[in-house]
Design a protein around this ligand. Structure first.
Ligand SMILES: [Zn+2]
Length: 339
């Protein structure tokens, strides 16, 4: 297996959809055996990925018949002419979870957002697993407060009900309750499978990984993008949508049906699909070849043309997000999976 320290933090990546910009801000990238996340993936899937899958794979075989995924944890900052939105808030400052967090991430987010954390109007939680809500809050002077002081936090009612019934990831007290107490948590209901955040941004019901899971559809002037959330964890699932995260899914049959529906809708279009756990280039087109097989072609960022070469290295002159010393990766890589 390659030295995990070779997986460096990445530069900010930005995509443009009409007047909307979408920026990826990375908390961490870790190697994680597929045995944990998509246990039915095999080295044969990697071989079928025929080169394009390489940026997302740390090693084709963990020695036990499972590929090692290159799993990215990042937030997307979506800026429309009217609204600044953060989609998912990563693991948080706690470095002792199944996926290690990063105490420096809030500062990197602050620096990446025009106007800083205070400029964020809306935080969208695609679902409330711990690696998506960790920076909803932070501790300031001994008090747990919303990380984004002027934001409304959107979580589907179905998510809140699911976590109320079974909080096996322990997110309720640290990441949701303080928002409710501050009066900034909005339990939303989707209307016919959608919820409008902004004229250009809608949440789409994409259930299966969790019952109330949403993806984020961004559209402007004929261009469109989709932030997947955990409807997809790896581009391996574009290759084979039946690969399910069945250790974590609420309903894997439903998550597979959701993936097929998204592939039908967005495959073969110019939509930029942005994977919530996809390592750089992270965003790409779903391309259907003549045999009916789908692949993921990275687009719209400096690393896109590096697919199949060495996407873990910066393009010449690019600055890594961790160059200022806040992003030291040593000592916080874990590959022992979620728990
Ligand atoms: Zn996740």
């Amino acid at each position: 297996m390659p030295d995990p320290r070779a997986v460096l933090s990445s530069p900010l990546l930005t995509w443009t959809i009409g007047e909307v910009t979408i920026t990826r801000v990375e908390e961490s990238i870790i190697p994680l055996t597929a045995k944990v996340l998509v246990p039915d993936a095999t080295p044969e899937h990697v071989a079928a990925g025929d080169g394009w899958i390489e940026p997302y794979i740390e090693a084709p075989d963990d020695g036990d018949g499972h590929p090692v995924l290159r799993l990215s944890i990042h937030s997307f900052v979506v800026r429309t002419p009217d609204t600044t939105i953060v989609v998912d808030t990563c693991v948080g400052p706690d470095t002792d979870r199944g996926l290690a967090g990063d105490p420096g991430f809030a500062d990197r987010l602050d620096a990446a957002i025009d106007g800083g954390l205070e400029a964020v109007d809306v935080v969208v939680c695609t679902h409330v697993h711990f690696d998506h809500v960790g920076w909803n809050t932070r501790t300031v002077d001994g008090r747990v407060v919303p990380t984004f002081p002027n934001a409304r936090y959107l979580v589907t009612q179905a998510e809140l009900e699911e976590v109320e019934a079974d909080d096996h990831m322990g997110v309720r007290v640290p990441s949701l309750l303080p928002l409710a107490e501050a009066g900034v948590l909005d339990a939303i209901e989707l209307d016919d499978g959608t919820f409008g955040v902004d004229d250009r941004v809608e949440l789409l019901a994409t259930p299966g990984h969790t019952a109330g899971h949403v993806s984020v559809w961004i559209h402007d002037g004929g261009d469109e993008a989709l932030i997947t959330g955990d409807a997809f964890h790896s581009p391996l699932q574009i290759l084979d949508p039946a690969l399910a995260a069945w250790r974590f899914d609420t309903d894997s049959e439903q998550s597979t049906a959701t993936r097929r529906r998204l592939l039908d809708r967005f495959g073969g279009t110019d939509a930029i699909v942005l994977g919530t756990h996809f390592a750089p280039p992270t965003g790409g087109h779903i391309v259907n070849d003549a045999d009916g097989n789908a692949r993921f072609d990275g687009v719209g960022c400096p690393l896109a043309d590096r697919v199949g070469r060495d996407a873990s290295r910066p393009p010449d002159g690019a600055r890594w997000a961790g160059d200022d010393g806040s992003g030291s990766r040593d000592g916080r890589r874990r590959d022992d999976g979620l728990r």
